[in-house]
Design a protein around this ligand. Structure first.
Ligand code: SF4
Length: 469
């Protein structure tokens, strides 16, 4: 699914380190794969907070001078891919609210709030004026309208939110972090020389040299201040429904999500896929980067040699001039190339992590055949995606999902593959290490495969259906 699917964001936070903004910069850099459209950092010690943000990559938005200006021992940071609310500078996070009950307030979040529309209408009727269109701001308005201490306001406000989220919030000299009650988005805690570090993925803890402590629990709010770390459960009813796509596609292979290494999980799915859907062939290849681990796994069990049959060009920036349709037709391919001398004359098993719209798979199969592959058998390390996602992944209508319209045989014909097979849902869960139990308590969200949504969906599901042709 090379380049077909994006997630909304990644978050990073530091409490009590003399170089908090520098650490946040490095952390965000290692989370760049989770969002490339915008990034921001808020830093400070108490009272007044400093903000720097912009549209672009981490390497484009910050420099040494900017990071020096972002003073203070605490910081929160964000990388954004826009789904809910759209792109634009105003929606780049963190958002800063000045003089909120005496101190500045900074908020960033990863995920998507499914009852955002209902809450926003309610807040606007009460007089709230929104600066941006992203749903992150809703929490700030709920906090503003709440009663009692900050932690009381936060717990009450979080109870009203339904959906997927990992929040990092800086208020004066206190850092708050919270995870949704279903644990849909990851958030881990680390320590570095007495400083607390929080990150969407453990690869960002590793990059700054922090030691992993534990994951934030579903429905948990953590407060970190001069008294240390304190934990409160804001939701009584919690479930464990980590997004399966974190293992399949989004997270880096060197990250451990809820104690499970992403590379190992992908390699296991390759083992299971080989056992479930064998086919005679000469080589196994993976679509870079996220399918490489599963391709290695498939090769290990099938005994068919693993080869590098596709190469990704890593140096295409956002401002690169893309070829015109005419040049594309002449064979100018910028992002992915087939390795002709490896695939020519071979029966190829191509492992991909998923199929969303199908257009990319078709292009890659064609590319392999043009490079001389005699057969291309496609094996997918995820079940067919038949339902939209409302939790921050940019596939929110049935129309976008080819597997909601075509069965496996029809889809094989559409992508021009000699055969096509998806891993079973039980196989995927076993590969991740969830012991293969299906159903609500399997530890994973599997909604895009089987429609088993862990939350209420409010008007989102109706909107997705309305767009179904
Ligand atoms: S619906 Fe799919 S993509 Fe969305 S959170 Fe669930 S598993 Fe992840």
């Amino acid at each position: 699914m090379f380049g077909e699917l994006h997630e909304e964001c990644g978050v990073f936070a530091v409490y009590n380190h003399p170089q908090a903004s520098h650490l946040t910069y490095y952390g965000l850099h290692s989370l760049q794969h989770r969002g490339q459209e915008g990034t921001g950092i808020i830093s400070g010690d108490e009272g007044e907070l400093n903000l720097h943000k912009g549209e672009g990559l981490v390497s484009e938005i910050y420099n040494d001078h900017v990071l020096q200006h972002l003073a203070g021992r605490n910081a929160i940071g964000h990388v954004r891919y826009a789904t809910a609310g759209g792109a634009g500078y105003n929606n780049v996070q963190p958002l800063l609210f000045q003089r909120f009950t005496g101190s500045d307030l900074g908020i960033a979040h990863n995920g998507n709030i499914v009852n955002a529309h209902e809450l926003k209408c309610h807040l606007e009727q009460q007089g709230s004026i929104f600066q941006a269109t992203s749903d992150t701001e809703i929490l700030a308005h709920l906090l503003f309208r709440g009663q009692g201490t900050m932690i009381q306001r936060l717990c009450e406000s979080l109870q009203l939110l339904e959906g997927a989220f990992a929040f990092v919030i800086l208020h004066g000299d206190t850092l708050y972090v919270a995870r949704d009650r279903h644990g849909l988005r990851p958030l881990s805690i680390g320590m570095l020389n007495g400083a607390y570090i929080f990150a969407s993925e453990t690869c960002a803890l590793d990059i700054v040299g922090a030691t992993f402590i534990r994951d934030v629990l579903p429905g948990e709010v953590i407060t970190v201040n001069h008294e240390g770390l304190n934990s409160v459960a804001y939701a009584q009813q919690t479930t464990h429904a980590m997004c399966s796509m974190e293992y399949i596609y989004f997270s880096r292979p060197d990250s451990d999500i809820e104690g499970i290494n992403v590379h190992r999980a992908r390699r296991n799915t390759g083992h299971i896929l080989a056992a479930e859907s064998p086919v005679e062939a000469d080589i196994v290849i993976g679509v870079p980067d996220s399918s490489i681990s599963a391709a290695i796994g498939y090769s290990e069990v099938s005994g068919i040699p693993y080869e590098i049959g596709l190469v990704k060009n890593r140096y295409i920036g956002r401002t690169f001039i893309q070829p015109t349709q005419e040049l594309r037709e002449q064979g100018v391919k910028m992002k992915l190339s087939a390795v002709r001398s490896i695939v020519a004359g071979k029966r190829v098993i191509m492992i991909d992590d998923s199929i969303v719209r199908g257009t990319t798979s078709k292009r890659i199969v064609r590319m392999l055949k043009e490079a001389g592959a005699t057969e291309v058998h496609v094996r997918i390390a995820a079940p067919a995606i038949k339902y939209p996602c409302f939790y921050g992944v940019d596939m929110s209508t049935f129309d976008e999902l080819i597997s909601s319209r075509l069965d496996e045989t029809q889809l094989a014909t559409y992508i021009e593959a000699d055969s096509l097979a998806f891993i079973s849902l039980a196989g995927l869960l076993r590969g991740i290490g969830r012991s293969g139990n299906l159903g609500k308590n399997c530890g994973q969200c599997t909604a895009c495969f089987n429609g088993d949504f862990p939350t209420n969906l409010y008007e989102s599901y109706d909107a997705a259906n309305r767009e179904k042709k």
